[in-house]
Ligand binder design. Structure first.
Ligand SMILES: Nc1ncnc2c1ncn2[C@@H]1O[C@H](COP(=O)(O)OP(=O)(O)OP(=O)(O)O)[C@@H](O)[C@H]1O
Ligand SMILES: [Mg+2]
Length: 240
C-alpha cells in the first residue's frame, strides 16, 4: 500500500516515572487503513493508545498526523484533528443519559441542528438499542450497551483516526460479534482504525495490518491474514 499517510510514529517512547512502558515504537498508517495491536496483559497497549491520543506525554520519539508534527500537542488539540479514543473501560459519563453522552460526542464539531439530527439518526441505525434508551442513565446500561454508547459517542464526532481499546472486554461473545461487525463497517467506510485487543482471533479478522507488542516493543508487524495463519501466533494469542 502506498496511499497518503494519516499517522506516522517514529521511535515513540512512553514511560511512567523512570520505567519505560513502550519503546522504539514506529508505525506508518495509510489513510483508510486498519491496524490491530495484539499483546498480553501489561504489554503496553493502553499506554500506546494514550500516547497516540495525547492523554500521555511521550518521553521520546515523534508523532505526525497528516504530515504535521503533533508530538507535543495535548489531547484536546488531537481530538479537534479527529483523533478519537474509545478508552479501556469505555469512559462514558454514567450519571448522564444516553442522549447527553451522545451530545457530548458531537460538541467538538459544533453541528447545526439539522446535521446533528442526521448524525443522531445514523447512530440509531447503527445501534437501535441506544434509541430505545435515550433517556436512561448511561451507568444503568448493560456492558454491551455501554460499549455501543462509547463507540457511538466517538463516531458522532466524525473521527478520522479512531483508537479503540479492548472493545470486547467483559462482553458476551454474541455482543462482541455485533460490536466487531460495527467496527468492521467503520473501517470499510474509510475511517482509519487502531484496534487494541486481547481477543486476537476476532481482531485479526477485521483489520488489514497487525502488530504484536511484547513488553512494550513491537516483535512482529504483518498483514493480519498472515498472523491469523501463523502457528506460533495461533499458539500464543489465539489459544489454538
Ligand atoms: N499509571 C501507571 N503508572 C505506572 N505504571 C503503569 C501505569 N499504567 C500502566 N503502567 C505499567 O505499564 C505497563 C503497560 O501497561 P498497559 O496498561 O499499557 O498494558 P496493556 O497492554 O494495556 O495491558 P492490559 O491488556 O492488561 O490492558 C505495565 O507494566 C503497567 O504496569
Ligand atoms: Mg490495556
Amino acid at each position: 500500500m502506498n496511499g497518503k499517510k494519516i499517522l506516522e510514529v517514529e521511535n515513540l517512547e512512553l514511560s511512567y516515572g523512570g520505567i519505560v512502558a513502550v519503546r522504539n515504537f514506529s508505525v506508518a498508517l495509510d489513510e483508510r487503513s486498519s491496524l490491530a495491536v495484539i499483546g498480553a496483559n501489561g504489554a503496553g497497549k493502553t499506554t500506546l493508545l494514550k500516547g497516540l491520543s495525547g492523554l500521555k506525554k511521550n518521553s521520546g520519539g515523534h508523532v505526525r498526523f497528516r504530515s504535521e508534527d503533533i508530538t507535543t500537542t495535548g489531547a484536546h488539540v488531537r481530538a479537534s484533528y479527529g483523533i478519537t479514543l474509545v478508552p479501556e473501560g469505555r469512559g462514558i459519563f454514567s450519571r448522564l443519559t444516553v442522549m447527553e453522552n451522545l451530545l457530548i460526542g458531537s460538541y467538538i464539531k459544533n453541528y447545526d441542528k439539522e446535521y446533528l439530527q442526521k448524525k443522531l439518526e445514523e447512530q440509531f441505525t447503527l445501534f437501535p438499542k441506544l434509541k430505545e434508551r435515550l433517556n436512561q442513565l448511561a451507568g444503568t446500561l448493560s456492558g454491551g450497551e455501554q460499549q455501543m454508547l462509547a463507540i457511538s459517542r466517538a463516531l458522532i464526532g466524525e473521527p478520522e483516526l479512531l483508537l479503540l481499546d479492548e472493545p470486547s472486554m467483559g462482553l458476551a461473545p454474541i455482543i462482541t460479534e455485533q460490536i466487531f461487525n460495527v467496527i468492521k463497517n467503520i473501517t470499510l467506510k474509510g475511517v482509519t482504525v487502531v484496534l487494541v485487543e486481547q481477543n486476537a482471533g476476532l481482531a485479526l479478522k477485521i483489520v488489514q495490518q497487525a502488530i504484536i507488542l511484547e513488553s512494550g516493543e513491537i516483535t512482529r508487524k504483518a498483514e493480519a491474514s498472515e498472523l491469523l495463519a501463523d502457528d506460533s501466533v495461533k499458539k500464543a494469542y489465539l489459544g489454538i
